[in-house]
Write a protein that binds this ligand. Structure first.
Ligand SMILES: *Cc1c(COP(=O)(O)O)cnc(C)c1O
Length: 395
């Protein structure tokens, strides 16, 4: 743990990708995992949610670290292809799919031992057929809708008859049942308590009326892990907190300490001086007025997932100071004002997300400024941006 308190990551480690790179601090990932573990019961295991390439942080590298943690049960992905990528890169632990998956992949699911979420009767039939063809049972997790209004059976008589059918479908093993909280990140805990009660009530009916003790019950997402210890069952599903980001501004910042995992860097590629009346970027939404403005071009844009909505209102950090974005963010470049940063030169390090001396820009702040959600912002940092992993135990 001591090692985890101080990351060994250095900003200069761009591995030659100076245009833009996301530094992934694996020590921070391990710190966040330990921090969550300290807040759940000892017998509760964690599902590392690695959908959307690990919320933009790089799923495979994180999975490799998680493989060694005994308290990590396995992984969750959204699509079959995400799950398959994890398997093909060495994931030995169970992988759960959180949404509906289409029948084209059912046989491969069986082969790769990937657990689908089930809630449609036609799924039971087709999964059963795939299990038979592969000669291999498929473990399923039943999705229960207790308040999301999304996928999932309802906790009622019809739901119960679905569970009975699932139990009696050849080739399928009911390994788990989960629900998803809609409002666990809000100040009012009432709706989440109601969801927990619906879940446990239905689980009890399954036990009493069908005689089935579901082996793996799980409800909590990140906000649940922080705020609802009573929702710890057999597993909890950690998404955003794994990456050191907060589910919302309404959850406690102290119960589970977190460290952001991603820092986004670039370098200044050009600096020019302009007199008054010079317009900058598409549409000329910004025009210089000062006698002298120093304009730096940064080779990052919305083509990398940096939000265009930060045009004219976002900023980056250079030499420990804020540099405002001038005019529109382009697909691959943007311009910032370095008039008051005399040390800024071509080649200077630019921090788009992260800390530089006393200043910092968090994913949350950038989300607020751009009118986006921190989850969305992280997911949108796309594959054009290389991920450089530092820290961790795999070196
Ligand atoms: C995405 C997702 C999670 C993770 O949510 P976080 O808020 O990121 O922790 C958990 N469970 C389900 C079903 C999900 O879809």
């Amino acid at each position: 743990m001591e090692k985890l308190e101080n990351s060994s990551c250095r900003t200069s480690d761009s591995a030659g990708y100076d245009r833009v790179w996301a530094q992934i601090d694996m020590d921070a990932v391990l710190f966040n995992m330990e921090s969550m573990r300290a807040n759940i019961r000892e017998d509760v295991k964690i599902v590392a949610v690695l959908k959307t390439n690990g919320y933009g942080h790089g799923a495979v590298a994180i999975m490799k670290e998680m493989e060694k943690l005994p308290y990590v049960w396995g992984y969750a992905a959204a699509t079959f292809e995400e799950a398959k990528e994890l398997r093909e890169n060495g994931a030995k632990k169970p992988i759960l799919l959180l949404g509906y998956v289409f029948p084209y992949c059912y046989r491969e699911l069986a082969r790769l031992e990937i657990r689908p979420s089930c809630f449609r009767e036609d799924m039971l039939k087709e999964l059963s057929a795939a299990a038979k063809e592969e000669g291999k049972a498929i473990r399923i997790h039943i999705a229960l809708d207790t308040g999301m209004g999304r996928i999932g059976i309802r906790p009622d008589d019809e739901g119960l008859s679905f569970v009975r059918k699932a139990m009696n479908t050849p080739g399928l093993i009911v390994e788990g049942m989960f629900t998803h909280f809609a409002k666990a990140d809000e100040e009012d805990h009432g709706p989440t308590h109601a969801q927990i009660a619906l879940y446990t009530g239905f689980r009890d009916r399954i036990r009493e009326e069908l005689g089935l003790e579901i082996p793996l019950c799980h409800c909590s997402n990140s906000a649940g892990i922080i705020e609802f210890p009573e929702a710890n069952m057999n597993l909890v599903r950690a998404g955003i907190t794994l990456y050191g980001l907060w589910p919302s501004s309404e959850v406690s910042r102290t119960i589970v300490p977190l460290r952001p995992v991603m820092t986004l860097y670039s370098r200044i590629v050009y600096i020019k001086e302009a007199g008054p009346g010079v317009s900058v970027s598409y549409g000329g939404t910004y025009t210089t007025s000062a006698e002298k403005t120093r304009i730096a071009t940064i080779p990052v844009g919305y083509g990398d997932g940096y939000p265009r909505s930060l045009s004219g209102k976002g900023y980056v950090l250079i030499c420990g100071k804020k540099a405002l974005i001038l005019g529109r963010v382009c697909m691959d470049q943007m311009m910032v004002d370095v008039t008051d940063i005399p040390d800024a030169r071509e080649g200077s390090l630019v921090t788009l997300i992260g800390k530089d001396a006393g200043e910092s820009i968090t994913m949350e702040q950038l989300g607020d400024l751009s009118g986006r959600f921190n989850y969305e912002l992280a997911c949108n940092i796309n594959r054009r941006v290389p991920r450089i992993v530092c820290g961790g135990t795999l070196g």
